[in-house]
Design a protein around this ligand. Structure first.
Ligand SMILES: [Zn+2]
Ligand SMILES: [Zn+2]
Length: 176
């Protein structure tokens, strides 16, 4: 979905758009979008300088990084961004980039604003670094692979027992 800047009539354009599943090309090893993505925003502009403020809502399907269980979670993010026509690059490219980096400023071609790309970028930016099905997920036993949320295995217990007995032996020797 593109907004042609030439076609912008008033100063504010309200956009409410629902992208069907698969339309936003989100690619991630352990995550997928499995519900439509709803974008709601107001696009205002002064000539070709754009300002976009709104939300993106969907649900993400994730794989827990501890127990490998798959789960879905509602996902929403807000943004408040400025898009400027791509400047003519000079030798000072990097300086311009640095200057705008922390100010929520991005560039576009000055002709058409790519809504899909903006939505995709906002989803990628708001993705959590680590996916866990729940805060206290115990994960899988690294020895036997048992899901420790559902059943406890003997591995850990045995290990602590043997560690403890080594310690006790040591104490015994010290006591002698
Ligand atoms: Zn988990
Ligand atoms: Zn185990």
């Amino acid at each position: 979905m593109f907004v042609e800047i030439e076609d912008l009539k008033s100063e504010h354009l309200h956009v409410h758009h629902i992208f069907p599943v698969g339309e936003i090309k989100f690619i991630h090893e352990d995550a997928a979008l499995n519900e439509p993505v709803t974008a709601d925003f107001v696009l205002s502009h002064i000539d070709r300088d754009l300002h976009v403020k709104g939300t993106v809502q969907t649900a993400i399907h994730l794989r827990c990084s501890r127990c490998a269980k798959e789960f879905s979670r509602p996902f929403s993010t807000c943004y408040d961004l400025s898009y400027l026509p791509q400047p003519k690059w000079t030798n000072d490219d990097s300086e311009i980039e640095l200057k705008y980096e922390d100010m929520g400023v991005a560039y576009y071609d000055g002709i058409a604003f790519d809504v899909d790309l903006m939505v995709l970028e906002q989803i990628e930016l708001a993705m959590p670094m680590k996916f866990v099905c729940r805060e206290d997920c115990k994960g899988l036993c690294y020895k036997c692979g048992a899901d420790l949320n559902e059943n406890s295995c003997q591995c850990k217990k045995e290990e602590t027992d043997s560690r403890l007995s080594v310690l006790l032996d040591f104490r015994k020797k010290m006591d002698k």
